[in-house]
Unconditional design. Structure first.
Lengths: 118, 118
DNA sequence: CAGCATCCTTGATGATACTG
DNA sequence: CAGTATCATCAAGGATGCTG
């Protein structure tokens, strides 16, 4: 009920998050790769509005962290496919937990927000 | 294995997140309130470095969304206690799922990151 | 097609000082 | 104590144009 609270009890680290997940695109990219490999341009479609620069940055970080694989085919025009690794796939579980919460409780959040006049 | 990808398959909304959770403090605040009500200044300690301004903003948003209650006692000096609502408490579940993932897989992320030379 | 290179905007956050 | 009020900062993200 009281006493010492651990500042890092949730994130497990001081300030900078160790892994890039809570940013704007990583989770969406993982969702888009759920059903199989996708090409760079295939990802741009569902992630409407993402610029190639940002998409590249995100994919590079995810590749560096072992979440996705990158396969470049020596063709013209070039073709590059991204796919989830086992590690990346394992993130679908906590993501599903968040989605489940969202489906169940977002209406309550909406209600609370309106009840307090924005 | 292919075809139309839903841009909002993960977040459930277009751009702006409907609820403020993925920010820097909300999840930590929820964790700090897990074992009971806390005062404003009690929260500042474990959330080391958080300025009163930012803590106020976070708590206000959480209150607006029905995640926490705010109880001000008419005393001198003033005392204000924040506590999780049932809704706020329900967020502990998906948070636990994320923590579980972290405990299990962060070492693999570290390894992957080193194996790729940062 | 799959990106780089550049420049720019913006919101979340921080530092500091002050108040009921 | 529990904030409020300003100002400053910085990195994520975006816009645009170019290239192998």
């Amino acid at each position: 009920m009281s006493e010492p609270l651990d500042p890092d009890m949730f994130t497990g680290c001081d300030t900078a998050p160790l892994i890039r997940i809570g940013d704007k695109w990583t989770a969406k990219i993982i969702a888009c790769l759920r059903d199989g490999p996708r090409r760079f341009s295939e990802l741009q479609v569902p992630l409407r509005g993402v610029t190639p620069k940002v998409l590249t940055e995100s994919l590079r970080a995810m590749h560096r962290d072992g979440l996705v694989t990158r396969t470049a085919y020596e063709e013209v025009p070039p073709r590059v496919e991204y796919a989830l690794t086992q590690l990346g796939r394992s993130l679908l579980e906590p993501m599903a937990a968040c989605c489940a919460w969202s489906r169940r409780h977002l209406p309550a959040v909406q209600a609370a927000r309106e009840a307090s006049g924005l």
